[in-house]
Design a protein around this ligand. Structure first.
Ligand code: UDX
Ligand code: UDX
Length: 461
């Protein structure tokens, strides 16, 4: 089937950037991104490209080129489903908060609602692409919903998980390590696979487009994230051991990463991984393994999350203990709220959990982040503790305006600007004794100590 019209349901962190690139690289295909959130669609359509709802380096340039030409953002979901030959489902799949699998399983209510809506509206054959991360065998469920609600048209289901990392999404989309497409092993299924391969081959070399069966594709997405997160938890667990033994985690990380069999990426110790995917996907994997009776497999993967929580908690405890021991003013300057640099996304950010731990001990927090808004900080904290003490949290636009009020600065996100601050100047104004908790090991330890700060990094003394 030659694809002329694409519809993507979900204009979020994944749907927005992915469709922008598909539209940019395939000018003859019309791409409509639809979302039920009218504010979000208005933001995608805003004249001022600074106001796009997703901050991603390089995104606004692509939107500028394609928007209005063959890339459109709309709330008219039914119309664009009806017109499309291919529909991407890119809605969120959060961890279930109620019912069977609560706290572990992925909640597929949005994906299922999309499938129902597609079935209701469709008058012509369509290829449905699962872009959202889903548990293995979800496509079977989508297929059932579509067939049950519409017997007049043919639906082919593909799995095409995203591997883009926020902050580098545009680069990851432009030069992906691989594009993964899973489809049915039938003639129609393979035709559908080829239609999607064709779209990606506009810019991705054929050898980087991997086609598999549906289940392998679905499971590969979950396991790729689990493997990545496992590396971070492995290195984070060793950061604590380094602090006890006098080894330096940066040296250990470099030494093991130079072993080509291990490789150097995802070995950077941190206050803990965040983001919308790692925790959710591992919980999901744990749930699937447990549902299959594989208790030991489930426990193995769950440990990755236990270490992540432990890392956040032990850093919080260090700050709390220091304030107590040195009888310092219970107030800190927190640098960074996003879950990593170059994004305004804060989902599951370690900063939220560390702040919550400190608030529980009545420690005041002044938060600064170059890309996150005050309302987001409030939303995130309310989410984990509806009754959090708002008077203890300030969002600040200028991090060092009142620096004389603090003894402690804690870095949560590895924003480049934090590295480049004039730390000598800050030292002259900050309260003494002064402490820097570097939750990302981004500062030059010798330089910072020489200036006069007490430096507390991770896994290095
Ligand atoms: C994505 C994937 O889709 C998810 O499965 C993956 O694990 C993480 O990344 P993301 O794009 O980050 O999700 O989610 P989000 O930014 O929340 O965007 C989802 C959008 O779908 C929202 O804008 C929401 O309004 C929209 N939506 C949701 C619909 O339009 N209809 C629905 O029924 C549900
Ligand atoms: C991840 C996957 O990388 C991506 O392929 C998938 O599609 C979605 O989930 P994302 O969550 O956007 O992407 O960011 P990622 O770069 O993977 O970082 C996740 C978290 O791990 C961040 O909090 C980051 O700061 C942390 N991290 C990453 C470390 O603590 N150390 C590292 O060495 C790498």
């Amino acid at each position: 089937m030659k694809i002329k019209n694409i519809c993507c349901i979900g204009a979020g962190y994944v749907g927005g950037p992915t469709m922008s690139i598909i539209a940019q690289k395939n000018p003859k295909i019309k791409v409509h991104v639809v979302d039920m959130n009218t504010n979000k669609i208005a933001a995608w359509n805003s004249e001022n490209l600074e106001n796009l709802p997703v901050y991603e380096p390089g995104l606004s340039k692509v939107v500028k080129e394609a928007r209005g030409r063959n890339l459109f953002f709309s709330t008219d979901v039914n119309k664009h489903i009806d017109e499309a030959d291919m529909i991407f489902i890119s809605v969120n799949t959060p961890t279930k908060t109620t019912g069977e699998g609560k706290g572990y399983a992925a909640d597929l209510k949005y994906v299922e609602a999309c499938a129902k809506q597609i079935a209701k509206v469709s008058k012509s054959n369509k290829i449905i692409v699962e872009k959202s991360t889903v548990p293995v065998r979800t496509s079977e469920k989508i297929k059932q919903i579509l067939r049950l609600n519409n017997t007049d048209v043919d639906f082919q289901i593909l799995s095409n998980p995203e591997f883009l990392a926020e902050g580098t999404a545009m680069r990851d989309l432009e030069i992906p390590d691989r594009v993964l497409i899973g489809g049915d092993d039938t003639i129609k299924g393979q035709k559908a696979v080829n239609s999607l391969v064709k779209i990606y081959s506009s810019w991705v070399p054929k050898e980087n487009i991997l086609t598999t069966n549906l289940w392998s594709s679905e499971l590969s997405k979950l396991t790729a994230n689990a493997f990545l997160a496992q590396r971070i938890s492995s290195i984070n667990s060793l950061s604590e051991l380094c602090e006890k033994t006098g080894a330096d985690i940066e040296e250990v990380s470099k030494a093991i990463g130079m072993d080509l069999r291990i490789g150097s990426s995802f070995l950077k110790t941190s206050v803990g991984f965040g983001g919308s995917c790692f925790q959710k996907d591992i919980l999901n994997l744990v749930y699937i393994a447990r549902s299959e009776g594989l208790e030991k497999v489930a426990n193995y993967w769950e440990q990755v999350l236990i270490i992540n929580e432990h890392q956040r908690d032990r850093i919080s405890k260090k700050i709390i203990d220091l304030i107590r021991k040195e009888k310092l003013e219970p107030k800190i300057l927190l640098l960074g709220w996003a879950f990593k640099k170059n994004t305004n996304d804060t989902r599951e950010s370690a900063a939220i959990y560390v702040t919550n731990n400190l608030l529980n001990k009545n420690i005041g927090i002044d938060v600064y982040d170059p890309k996150v808004k005050q309302s987001q900080v409030d939303f995130d904290l309310s989410n984990i503790n509806a009754d959090y003490d708002k008077s203890l949290v300030n969002f600040i636009e200028e991090p060092f305006l009142n620096v004389s009020e603090y003894n402690i600065i804690a870095i949560m996100t590895e924003w480049d600007e934090f590295k480049d601050y004039n730390w000598e100047k800050i030292y002259k104004k900050i309260n003494n004794p002064s402490y820097i908790f570097d939750g990302r090991n981004i500062l030059e330890i010798e330089k910072i100590k020489k200036i006069g700060f007490n430096y507390i990094g991770l896994g290095r003394n």
